[in-house]
Design a protein around this ligand. Structure first.
Ligand SMILES: *Cc1c(COP(=O)(O)O)cnc(C)c1O
Length: 409
């Protein structure tokens, strides 16, 4: 067996399908977000503005977060020194979980290495807790949920995206006595559209199913205290398990679930992805807790308002140029270019000529023909950055001779 040749083949396949991913090396400048330095493959550097980050509110440079992290490092050192089970549960982890339980109005919370791991570990463990469990999963659910559901060996049904009738049909076809769980998201990150949380909870109630909600693209950003869309809509109490990240709007790192004390106890006890891994560094836990606490308060309300305003301004200005954005009312602004070649070309030219970093999103992350640039405006993007972006897009759209919508008036 020629192992090297096999690796070449695997990589070549991606090149042939136009799916080979190139990572852009950047270093963000604390205190100057969204500005960063890009290091080209040849080692030369260029200043860039990041327009595709998930640090949605700029909390990654917030003094409250940085101070908490520095204090924890000074007090307790670098790593946790163990798994949660063996010497790795610290006062920082307990404090963070209490902060999260409070955020979501739940009895408990469990912190994992990431929201990916939280989804994967929880969903793959649930059939052990509920033998015969059937999971109903929205077709556009994140890879981490798909992976957890796939690995658990239990029964699964995929319902068409946000299609309540289809879900109902699938539920009605199964044994009424079987344990069931409906898994979905609040904000879907590629189109920026919302899941119908209330209606899904109604259906879950009707069929006596549990609900599992990924709020990764909403925690910190929606709701009076940043508890997510379920908080905004007064629905947190109806969702059995809420999943979130500490790495996006909270600006740090890690993931979690929030649920009843019993659910947390059972998942904690059975999920290998929770038990057999080193717990997150205390400084990371401290930073995340400080971020959550800050965003619960008045400062968070202001940031959330500024965030939504920025998204509205960007969408309005892009629409004004006749550029085909998808506006589903969230903070995510997808600009549909429509083919992989132009999407990549636009992204490359934005970076090289304008110092604007926006990653191209191609198949299979999105359907063919909907290849896009996905912008994530935030309160740290000022009017100058916005003007520069608009000018660049206007010029490049013409340069690539891409279609514009009819302009109003
Ligand atoms: C990013 C993402 C995750 C994973 O979160 P991490 O903390 O980065 O692992 C889970 N679900 C969705 C919908 C995401 O977009």
């Amino acid at each position: 067996m020629d192992y090297t040749a096999k690796l070449d083949e695997a990589i070549q396949r991606l090149h042939d399908e136009g799916r080979y991913r190139t990572f852009i090396d950047i270093e963000r400048k604390r205190g100057q977000f969204p500005h960063a330095t890009w290091t080209r493959p040849d080692g030369t550097e260029q200043p860039v503005t990041v327009w595709c980050g998930n640090d949605y509110l700029g909390m990654g440079q917030h003094p409250a977060v940085l101070d908490a992290m520095k204090e924890a490092v000074d007090a307790t050192g670098a790593g946790s020194g163990g798994t949660r089970n063996i010497s790795g549960t610290t006062v920082y982890h307990k404090r963070l979980e209490a902060e999260l339980a409070d955020l979501h109005g739940k009895e408990g919370a469990l912190v994992f290495s990431s929201a990916y791991i939280a989804n994967d570990a929880t969903l793959s463990t649930l059939p052990t807790l509920f033998p015969g469990l059937i999971i109903y999963s929205d077709e556009l659910n994140h890879a981490s949920m798909i992976e957890g559901i796939r690995r658990n060996g239990g029964a699964k049904r995929i319902f068409r995206h946000n299609d309540l009738d289809h879900l109902r049909e699938l539920l009605a076809a199964d044994d009424p006595e079987a344990p069931k769980l409906i898994a979905f998201e609040s904000v879907y990150s590629m189109d920026g559209d919302f899941g119908p949380i209330k209606e899904l909870c109604d259906i879950a109630e009707e069929f006596n199913a549990l609900t599992y909600l990924d709020e990764v693209h909403a925690v910190g950003m929606y709701g009076p205290r940043g508890g997510g869309v379920a908080e905004r809509d007064g629905l947190m109490g109806r969702v059995d398990i809420i999943n979130g990240t500490l790495g996006k709007a909270f600006g740090v790192f890690g993931g979690y679930i929030a649920a009843s004390a019993k659910m947390c106890d059972a998942v904690r006890s059975y999920a290998p992805g929770f038990i057999f891994t080193t717990s997150i560094p205390p400084a990371v836990a401290a930073g995340a807790a400080a971020s959550i606490a800050f965003l619960k308060g008045e400062g968070g309300v202001k940031l959330r308002e500024a965030h939504q305003t920025q998204a509205k301004i960007l969408k309005t200005r892009l629409k004004g140029l006749g550029l085909p954005i998808t506006d589903n009312g969230s903070h995510i602004v997808p600009l549909i270019v429509g083919d992989p070649k132009h999407t990549k070309l636009m992204s490359d030219m934005m970076l090289e000529h304008y110092g604007i970093y926006v990653q191209p999103v191609n198949f299979p992350t999105v359907p063919r023909g909907t290849e896009r640039l996905r912008f994530t405006p935030s309160p740290v993007h000022g009017p100058n950055e916005m003007d520069h972006l608009i000018k660049a897009l206007d010029a490049l759209w013409s340069h690539c001779a891409l279609n514009r919508a009819e302009m109003a008036g």
